[in-house]
Write a protein that binds this ligand. Structure first.
Ligand code: MRU
Length: 353
């Protein structure tokens, strides 16, 4: 069974509403950039690559209906600006916006409005296939790298949040590595953290694992260190919302403590991320803006209060793992690199390990 988080046919876009998973499978129609903005902000769709793809596809839907009239470039610019503001930490949307804007401006020199719309739509539609292909490469590189440390054994992986088909155009990044290991018959088990407060692990990763019969065990976030000590974890593999020039990585809150615990237990810690999640314009993790989300995500579940009324809440959605703790490497579609090698790898000066 293939999970389809994003359904796109020319001119029509639907997303699997992730607020309702795992209990209901409902596809919501995205008819406009405003619809996509709201879906991203409310986390009906989430995961750094999926945010960018849904955002850009919503623009394609509007362009196909003739949006922007005689001045599509202004419409594209304003739409991308709105979409980029929905969730600030993941770089993918901002990066896609920059590249798409540059493309649109260049095209506008030679093309009329109709031709410009056509070529921008084609650029956007290509994102879906590119992302799945990149994820499969990440899966393969990551699996080979992890297995090279344990030539004969099956491996046990610990992962965090949801980085699978639901977070991307398909296959996934960190969960793509798990899928590849499973496909090779070398995955003993994956431990997935619940990932409070939004429960991407227990609702979404667990859902993907059950659907595909991947051997998986759910743990609470507070069980991670114990699991590392007791369950013979081969590697920790997580995704990324933004990897910056020195390799510091922003990812779902809780990633940082996993990296510290992995270091303590001598377990390799990997970040799996496409180059579209990398941002060489920022030098270190200190420069990353961390999204702070509403207190209700902590104080209630599905509208049911679970905290003492009146308590103050801090709810940062992400944390930054310093590059020194990324001991296994950064798994990209270009290969697996140490944080110190990332810049050279992404600028074409270094090839895969
Ligand atoms: O808040 P979310 O659910 O969008 O956070 C998702 C993550 O942190 C993922 O690990 C990251 O976006 C990579 S998804 C391939």
């Amino acid at each position: 069974m293939t999970l389809e988080a994003i359904r796109y046919r020319a001119g029509s876009l639907q997303i699997l509403n992730q607020l309702l998973l795992p209990h209901q499978t409902v596809y919501d129609e995205i008819r406009s950039v405003q619809d996509a903005y709201e879906a991203i902000k409310s986390m009906k769709v989430r995961g750094a690559p999926a945010i960018a793809i849904v955002g850009c596809l919503s623009l394609a839907v509007e362009l196909r209906a003739g949006a922007g009239g005689d001045d599509p470039v202004t419409f594209i610019r304003e739409s991308l600006c709105q979409l980029t503001s929905a969730r600030p930490t993941a770089v993918n949307m901002g990066r896609a916006a920059r590249e798409l804007m540059e493309f649109a401006e260049n095209e506008s020199m030679e093309k009329n409005s109709e031709q410009l719309r056509e070529s921008v739509i084609a650029w956007i539609e290509d994102m879906l296939e590119r992302d799945v292909n990149d994820n499969k490469k990440i899966g393969n590189y990551g699996a080979q790298h992890i297995l090279s440390g344990v030539p004969r054994d099956s491996v046990t992986i610990l992962t965090h949040c949801n980085t699978g088909s639901l977070a991307t155009a398909g296959y996934g990044t960190a969960l793509g590595v798990v899928r590849s290991l499973h496909g090779l018959g070398r995955l003993k088990r994956v431990y997935c953290t619940e990932t409070r407060p939004y429960n991407q692990g227990s609702r979404l990763t667990a859902y993907e694992a059950v659907a595909e019969r991947i051997p998986a065990t759910l743990i609470t976030d507070s069980m991670a260190a114990l699991t590392m000590r007791e369950m013979n974890i081969t590697a920790v593999v997580v995704g990324a919302d933004r990897v910056v020039a020195n390799g510091d990585t922003a990812n779902k809150v809780g990633t940082y403590q996993l990296a510290i615990a992995a270091k303590h237990h001598g377990i390799p810690f990997y970040v799996a991320a496409p180059s579209t999640s990398c941002d060489l314009s920022l030098e270190s993790g200190r420069d990353i803006i961390i999204e702070v989300r509403p207190p209700e995500e902590l104080t209630s579940i599905n509208g049911v209060p679970i905290a003492a009324p009146g308590i103050e809440v801090w709810n940062p959605a992400f944390d930054v793992t310093p590059h020194q703790l990324i001991t296994g490497g950064i798994i990209t579609e270009l290969g697996v690199f140490l944080p110190s090698e990332l810049q050279a790898a992404l600028t074409g000066r270094l090839t895969a390990l």
